[in-house]
Design a binder for this molecule. Structure first.
Ligand SMILES: *[C@@H]1O[C@H](CO)[C@@H](O)[C@H](O)[C@H]1NC(C)=O
Length: 403
């Protein structure tokens, strides 16, 4: 009995926790209206142990958020997420368009940067049809702001109040807030007093005030192009960081219906229904003979001529062959001839001495024994190998002298 009771108790607790944890955040917004949702770290701290308040100690962990459309890698086109640092809150913001109507299921994964625990939450944003028409819109540039600093509703109210004063109406809605970085702006230097800049678009059903209409005068455009300063500047700002750049302000009038682009006028080349397509005559034949001469024949002739010149130089003008006809001496042949001549001269000189040739100049002469060996017997004699080498270098002329 007790078992059963505790079991059902735990089941109830479990189901209750299940319901609490998996209750989706349900939000509603309208087409053409700015949607902002702040992901507060303080709220999510209760999902991580130790919770926000534990034994009187308040915990404040760093957190990162990952947001995506359910079963998609990224957010819907109209929705953006921004978080400056893991110690700041995150923001989901954007303005849905007509085609974004319906339910958007967003998955939010919270990563606790201290424990690396994660927590997942689902958010269902229902985009409803536009409520009221806001045909008169204007966009202002706030150079001293960052997107995260503008999204909190208190700052939005401050900005709205300034513009209400300029416009002269209370019925003013913020249509869009965009970081200048999403419009091709540059990341500022990480210095004090440098900001990314924010574009704020507001809209109302009341026509532009005289002050705002100065933005459309040609004088305003000229002055802005010339020096970036306009004399008609009637902007006001209670907080200096909410001041706008007058020259970057634009008015958007959506009250006049946008004319559809004119239908294209059919040209003469369009075939009538049931007509017969007569292909145009093929273009007149062109004479390519000159091009052929210029690109093929001339280079080919040049190549052949060069080839022939080279062949003549290589085969017929070689110096050795040439010497036979002319008397120019070829160095190698001349060399050989002189050696031959010198040898002959030496031979004849030696023959003319009338003295027997020195024995040492005769083949196979043993300088020690004075014995002469016929060359055929030499391999059978071994003592010739014992001749001291130094003797072989003796002057042949001293050989004949008695020892
Ligand atoms: C809001 O601004 C973003 C970024 O410039 C743009 O892509 C989007 O179309 C704008 N939405 C509306 C409704 O003006």
């Amino acid at each position: 009995m007790a078992d059963k009771g505790s079991c059902s108790f735990f089941l109830t607790v479990y189901v209750a926790t299940f319901l609490v944890v998996h209750a989706d955040i349900k939000l509603y917004t309208q087409v053409g209206q700015l949607f902002v949702y702040e992901l507060e770290r303080e709220t999510f701290q209760n999902e991580f142990v130790p919770y926000l308040k534990h034994y009187g100690q308040v915990h404040d962990d760093r957190m990162a958020f990952k947001c995506n459309k359910q079963s998609f890698p990224d957010l819907p086109r109209w929705l953006r997420f921004t978080q400056r640092d893991t110690s700041d809150n995150g923001f989901l913001y954007g303005t849905p368009l007509e085609e974004d109507q319906g339910k958007n299921v967003i998955e939010i994964t919270v990563i606790n940067k201290r424990s690396y625990d994660t927590f997942r939450e689902r958010m269902v944003i229902t985009v409803e049809a536009p409520g009221k028409r806001i045909p008169y819109q204007a966009e202002f540039y706030l150079p001293h702001r960052e997107i995260e600093k503008v999204l909190p509703s208190t700052v939005q109210e401050d900005i709205k109040r300034d513009i209400q004063r300029m416009w002269g109406t209370e019925r003013l809605d913020i249509v869009n807030i965009t970081s200048a970085l999403d419009r091709g702006g540059r990341v500022p230097l990480p210095l004090e007093g440098h900001y990314e800049g924010v574009y704020v678009k507001v809209g109302t059903d009341q026509y532009f005030s005289a002050c705002l209409l100065k933005l459309q005068t040609p004088q305003h455009q000229q002055e802005c192009e010339a020096g970036g300063k306009s004399s008609g500047d009637c902007s006001t700002c209670t907080d200096p960081s909410n001041c706008i750049t007058w020259c970057k302000s634009t008015l958007i009038d959506l009250s006049r219906p946008v004319l559809p682009p004119p239908a294209p006028t059919p040209g003469s080349g369009i075939l009538e229904i049931g007509g017969f397509y007569d292909p145009p005559e093929s273009p007149p034949s062109r004479d390519y003979f000159l091009d052929y001469i210029g690109t093929v024949i001339v280079p080919l002739t040049l190549a052949i001529i060069l080839c022939l010149i080279l062949a003549y130089i290589m085969c017929c003008r070689r110096e050795g062959v040439k010497k036979r006809d002319a008397k120019t001496p070829d160095i190698q042949l001349y060399h050989q001839r002189t050696i031959l001549g010198n040898t002959d001269e030496l031979r004849s000189m030696a023959g003319g001495r009338g003295v027997p040739q020195p024995l040492s100049t005769l083949p196979m002469f043993n300088t020690r024994t004075g014995e002469r060996v016929p060359p055929v017997q030499r391999p059978f004699r071994s003592d010739s190998s014992h001749i001291p080498l130094i003797m072989a270098q003796e002057d042949p002329n001293t050989d004949t002298l008695p020892r």
